[in-house]
Write a protein that binds this ligand. Structure first.
Ligand code: NAD
Length: 487
């Protein structure tokens, strides 16, 4: 039976934060928030409606038009952003504890995510003080320069996987650019988002620059997307939601950044360092409970090492520790919500008819309650299989053999997604040739999912639209006005 750890001083009610004040929905609507170990309601959260979004956008608009934030010197914003990072670091243990309670992520991994959130603020603070704008001269005739201006109120809509870190990935560049924001966090996991309010206030972020409206996607999220005074939406979530938001943004011709789903391949050639490839591909799909957009959830293995790879991989998968997310020994915790658990379990059942089950296959026997799924490995999965084609977003992996480079590439590219790819080979030429040919926004060669924050982040095909990361994020949140002076 899973131990049920409950952090001290848990809130029992989670509110919006609008214009510097915690408030409930105007009509008093709420929704229940569950913890994924007991699946019991531990809090209610204010369920934002159109009028709550309107109030949040109004507060953000006033802060943008009249407040100091967009007008501050980059160096002043830098100081506030660094104080935010300091505060996140100073309470990383508490943040991780709450994140783990709300999401079911293993505590050691939640701690890493809190630290990444702090790093996002430091990184974008550094970037804005180092920013250079373009100047073009036509000697004796004309000077042209680029006047970079924050766009206005940024609408930020985020998913439930690593929520605090993913919120920081939008909040940091939006605020660094001088925008004011309205954040709509995922309804499964509203707890950590509510912590931003006091962190920002103590760091000196002016009132109204940060606003938070909790709520259901189809209500609060939809109202934010359709609000005419919000000129851009940064969205991370499922591809189907992204398509709907795309349509809804069209009415007001909004700027959009879309970080969507994935079904990323890890391709293991016979000449690869098999030990390293096995370590990394286990991490790639079983870390963060498999609830990772860049999960390497399809492993393509060259026939010469296929049997050995499958055997060793399955043996390791069976040894992964599934358990109470708060236990530091846990490697896979509880999936975020019973609805998501049911979805992942349905794919495990589909997988039994589509592949050869090598490990896992359902709930661990020693964990009769909570959203626990054993790390599940299916081999001999054909490219037509649903578990090969569809994003499962849980600890389930499909392994498929290949016989040639051409076949490996065809398999890798044979899905609608194109977020990440991982290539394992000791042939340098092949590695780079593959990187060029593969449909993926990000490729890791003989390496893990570790990024340099200056590089582009985003996907191709159904995995996204636009790339953030480094100055690309600042570009997204700013207008670049051309100013021409004739001499
Ligand atoms: P989701 O699309 O269900 O929800 C994401 C957010 O959108 C939530 O806040 C939700 O309330 C909101 N939303 C839902 N319907 C809406 C609507 N009609 N209008 C406006 N907002 C709406 O996604 P999820 O299940 O929370 O997250 C998992 C998905 O996110 C996976 O597909 C995963 O791959 C993807 N993801 C992608 C990245 C990336 O960077 N590419 C990162 C993390 C997660």
């Amino acid at each position: 039976m899973a131990q049920h750890y409950i952090p001290e001083n848990l809130p029992t009610h989670i509110q919006h934060y609008i214009g510097g004040k915690f408030v409930d929905s105007v009509n008093g609507a709420t929704f229940d928030v569950l913890d994924p170990v007991s699946n019991q309601t531990y809090a209610t959260a204010a369920a934002g409606q159109r009028e709550d979004i309107a109030l949040a956008v109004a507060a953000a608009t006033t802060a943008f038009r009249e407040g100091p934030w967009p007008r501050m010197k980059p160096r002043e914003r830098f100081r506030v952003l660094n104080r935010i990072a300091d505060a996140v670091e100073a309470q990383d243990a508490r943040l991780a504890e709450l994140e783990t309670f709300d999401t079911g992520l293993p505590i050691t991994q939640a701690l890493g995510q809190a630290q990444r959130a702090a790093e996002n603020f430091r990184f974008f603070a550094d970037l804005i003080v180092a920013q250079r704008d373009d100047l073009y001269k036509v000697p004796g005739t004309q000077i042209n320069y680029v006047n970079r201006k924050p766009i206005g109120v940024a609408g930020l809509i985020t998913p439930w996987n690593t929520p605090f870190m993913l919120e920081s990935w939008k909040l940091a560049p939006a605020l660094a650019s001088g925008c004011t924001v309205v954040l709509k966090p995922a309804e499964f996991t509203p707890l950590s988002a509510s912590l931003w309010a006091s962190i920002f206030a103590e760091a000196g972020l002016p009132e109204g620059a940060f606003n938070l409206v909790n709520g259901i996607g189809e209500e609060a999220g939809d109202a934010l997307v359709k609000h005419p005074e919000v000129p851009l939406i940064s969205f991370t979530g499922e591809s189907s939601t992204g398509q709907l938001i795309f349509r809804n943004c069209a009415e007001n011709l909004k700027g959009m950044s879309m970080e969507l789903g994935g079904k990323s391949p890890a391709i293991v050639f016979a000449d690869a360092d098999l030990d390293a490839a096995i370590d990394s591909t286990l991490f790639g799909v079983f870390s963060l409970n498999g609830e990772r957009c860049t999960a390497g959830s399809r492993i393509l293995v060259e026939r010469a090492v296929y049997d050995e790879f499958c055997e060793r991989y399955a043996a390791r998968a069976k040894n992964i520790v599934v358990g109470d997310p708060h236990d530091p020994a846990t490697e896979v915790g509880a999936l975020v919500h019973p609805e998501h658990y049911a979805k992942v379990m349905s794919y495990v059942e589909i997988g039994r008819t589509e592949g050869r089950l090598l490990a896992g296959g359902g709930r661990p026997e020693n964990l009769p309650e909570g959203n626990y799924v054993s790390p599940t490995v299916f081999a001999d999965v054909s490219p037509e299989a649903r578990i090969f084609q569809e994003e499962i977003f849980g600890p389930v992996v499909a392994i498929t053999p290949f016989d040639s480079d051409e076949e490996a590439l065809r398999l890798a590219n044979g899905v609608r997604y194109g977020l990440a790819a991982y290539v394992w080979t000791n042939d340098l030429k092949r590695a780079h040739t593959f990187a060029q040919a593969i449909d993926a926004g990000m490729v890791w060669l003989n390496s893990h999912n570790v990024r340099d924050l200056r590089t582009p982040f985003g996907g191709v095909k159904a995995s996204g639209l636009g790339h953030e990361g480094g100055y690309r994020s600042i570009d997204f949140y700013t207008d670049q006005q051309a100013v021409h002076i004739t001499l």
